[in-house]
Design a binder for this molecule. Structure first.
Ligand code: TYD
Length: 217
């Protein structure tokens, strides 16, 4: 099978305010111009059930284990109904956040143990990946890294915050550290994007990372 026919799974990660959204749209557009079918989706969310769970997670106070179980329940529905079918069709599946967000926010930010998160990850992502016995993971994760102070400034100008966005810089510092640890643990999958750079430079870094994998002309 040529690479053109194989599904590709790309996730975008980073703290709130890092500016992923416009680059997700631009990347999807670029792939479509290249003749690829693209599924753009997000977490928590991406299915009707998962979008309902998203509303709960973003609005209702709850403890970190409840939160983790809800985001992984949403992820299960998303994986089974959207991500795996998309990859099997040969789509480029671009997700605004995936499991690294849980390790960063529920793990780093809230202090939930990595062992619990790994267990949930195993249950949710293990048997979903085409039956080859591997854990379903993105082929590429673009981590938009931004100092929390800059992210806070951007968010303050934007809109009314959800539960996560309302947290302080300390919280986002821990989230960022957890992303850095995930990136160190999976260097072949992660590409760090300097999200403080000018918008054109950020786009350049995104498209270079994707071209380097041979997925785009
Ligand atoms: P996001 O999609 O960035 O929402 P928006 O752009 O509308 O603010 O993310 C939603 C929030 O959910 C974000 O603050 C991170 C959080 N989140 C978790 O805490 N754990 C997870 O596993 C995921 C996927 C997201």
């Amino acid at each position: 099978m040529s690479t053109q026919e194989q599904g590709v799974f790309i996730s975008f990660e980073g703290i709130d305010g890092a500016g992923k959204s416009s680059h997700i749209d631009a990347l999807a557009e670029q792939f479509r111009r290249d003749g690829r079918r693209v599924t753009v989706t997000r977490e928590p969310g991406g299915t009707p059930l998962a979008e309902q769970l998203r509303e709960l997670v973003l609005r209702q106070p709850m403890d970190s284990l409840t939160e983790a179980m809800l985001v992984f329940a949403a992820r299960r529905d998303h994986v089974v109904r959207v991500i795996v079918p998309g990859l099997r069709r040969g789509d480029v599946v671009i997700s605004d956040r995936f499991t690294d967000s849980s390790f960063a926010y529920q793990g780093g930010g809230q202090g939930l143990s990595a062992a619990v998160l790994q267990q949930l990850e195993h249950w949710v992502q293990h048997d979903a990946a085409a039956g080859d016995g591997e854990l379903l993971q993105p082929d590429l994760t673009l981590w938009f890294d931004l100092p929390p102070s800059q992210a806070a400034q951007r968010l303050a100008q934007a809109r009314s915050p959800d539960r996560f966005e309302a947290r302080g810089e300390d919280f986002f510092g821990r989230v960022r550290d957890a992303y850095a640890a995930r990136a160190r643990a999976a260097p072949a999958r992660f590409v760090r994007i300097d999200a403080a750079a000018a918008r054109e430079d950020v786009w350049q870094a995104v498209s270079t990372a994707v071209r380097a994998r041979g997925w785009m002309a």
